[in-house]
Design a protein around this ligand. Structure first.
Ligand SMILES: [Zn+2]
Length: 264
């Protein structure tokens, strides 16, 4: 867990866990194209990705962005939430950057079938809802997201939706059709919860690589380039789910290359 402040909004990075993949499962360009980035890989050529959720508190609101991998992966979200002194019942809004299973795992209590965040509205990206509801084999959607409708806590949202006066959903499609990021503005300060627009530090330096987890490669690349340019220019705080835990930092230019600089 790591906490920081954007104006009056406290941002806590809650570390759910992580996973490791052979790099060729993540990037089509694996091989010689990967040589300049080998320092980002384990000694056996695997890429480790963190899995982090973000809790935003301020102005009387408690907003959780993404709910991680879930209990089957021994995710630590609820323990991390406890470590910042917040109970699941205090969360008033759950937002999703997108509906992949590593972002929805703690939605529903496996025993009771009730929402884990019992008093919260769950704000689901409309574009992802439409996309995954049409796929019969979308298992995590069936388990984690579809029940929200009959439980009465589902709200479908798209870009430019004001979650709170300080937090606005921003459309950043490509990784999934309805992917959202969340802009935080408080006083003169800004922050940005990026989601999976960038999946590893390699994307930061080489945003045109083809990421096998992206639904629409050309659109994902356009979004990635635009967001990296914007966030580097503004210098604002970024929260990114899969960059090295706890995933808070800045995109900066060093030695002529764009790179990720973790918050210390
Ligand atoms: Zn993800």
């Amino acid at each position: 867990m790591q906490r920081t402040q954007v104006g009056q909004i406290e941002i806590a990075a809650l570390i759910e866990g992580g996973f490791t993949f052979p790099v060729e499962r993540v990037y089509s360009e694996a091989g010689t194209a990967m040589e300049p980035f080998r320092h980002y890989l384990n000694s056996d050529g695997q890429l480790t990705m963190a899995c982090t959720c973000f809790l935003l508190r301020g102005g009387g609101r408690t907003v959780l962005i993404d709910t991680g991998l879930g209990p089957e992966s021994e995710g630590q979200l609820l323990t991390e939430l406890q470590s910042v002194g917040v109970s699941p019942d205090e969360v008033d809004t759950v937002c999703f950057t997108h509906l992949h299973g590593d972002h929805t795992g703690w939605n529903i209590d496996r025993g009771s079938g009730r929402p884990v965040f019992a008093r919260a509205r769950y704000l689901v990206p409309q574009g992802d809802w439409d996309h995954y509801r049409a796929q019969a084999e979308a298992r995590s959607f069936t388990r984690d997201v579809a029940p929200l409708e009959s439980l009465g806590c589902l709200e479908l949202v798209a870009g430019d939706h004001a979650v709170t006066p300080a937090i606005t959903a921003v459309s950043t499609p490509g990784h999934t059709p309805g992917h959202l990021s969340f802009a935080v503005v408080s006083g003169a300060e800004r922050g940005f919860i990026l989601g999976d627009v960038v999946l590893s530090a390699i994307d930061t330096e080489e945003p045109t690589f083809t990421n096998t987890f992206d639904t629409d490669h050309p659109l994902a690349e356009r979004t990635r380039l635009a967001m990296l340019d914007r966030l580097e220019a503004s210098g604002e705080l970024v929260g990114a789910a899969h960059l090295p835990a706890p995933g808070l930092g800045h995109f900066v230019r060093a030695d002529g290359r764009r790179t990720w600089r973790a918050l210390t």
